[in-house]
Design a protein around this ligand. Structure first.
Ligand code: FMN
Length: 165
């Protein structure tokens, strides 16, 4: 399970799902998008720039991972401006998924673009994947957001059809 999380929501979801599945966890680091106003401005600018020019991608660490041992690869990211955030696009650009099942999962507040998910799927398939699935957890607009516990409960119910213990 490879994920990028700026403010912790996707990270919380990733750790929860990884624990459920007994999966290895690989966080992607992008120092330029750190918490704080500067990082927020750079995040917004980058998300916008990538939408105009899909080749505009950030430096991510790690850039490549040996994912060959895995049959299924989960890719986690927040939604920025209706699309998965630039770091996860960068990861797809630098890696291959030959013969693998890829699951993209997103946390977001309110709006996500189906065209962006379709474009992400096309890119993953072009990098060798055999199949693609999308999972999402809607957190709700600010002031009426799911609590972390509620978010994990929604993941259990909606992605795994189970009750949160
Ligand atoms: C630059 C930026 C743009 C965002 N754009 C959207 C958006 O278009 N739609 C949406 O529903 N949420 C949007 N969000 C909210 C995040 O998707 C949401 O808070 C997510 O859970 C954050 O995940 P993280 O804590 O793992 O970084 C945006 C957040 C940031 C920082």
């Amino acid at each position: 399970m490879v994920y990028f999380s700026r403010s912790g929501n996707t990270g919380l979801a990733a750790r929860h799902v990884a624990k459920r599945l007994g999966a290895a966890l690989y966080p992607l680091q992008v120092p330029e998008y750190e918490l704080g106003l500067g990082g927020l401005a750079r995040s917004a600018f980058a998300a916008n720039a990538r939408r105009t020019d899909p080749a505009t991608l950030p430096e991510i660490k790690p850039r490549q991972l040996d994912l060959k041992p895995f049959d299924t690869v989960w890719l986690g990211s927040p939604i920025w401006f209706y699309s998965p955030a630039p770091p996860i696009w960068a990861f797809v650009e630098h890696n291959r998924f030959d013969g693998q099942h890829v699951v993209l999962f997103n946390t977001f507040n309110s709006n996500l673009g189906a065209d962006q998910i379709a474009a992400f799927k096309a890119k993953v398939m072009a990098r060798g994947a055999r199949s693609f699935e999308h999972r999402q957890v809607l957190r709700g607009r600010m002031t009426q957001q799911l609590t972390p516990e509620e978010m994990l409960g929604a993941i259990d119910a909606e992605w795994f059809g189970a009750h949160h213990p």
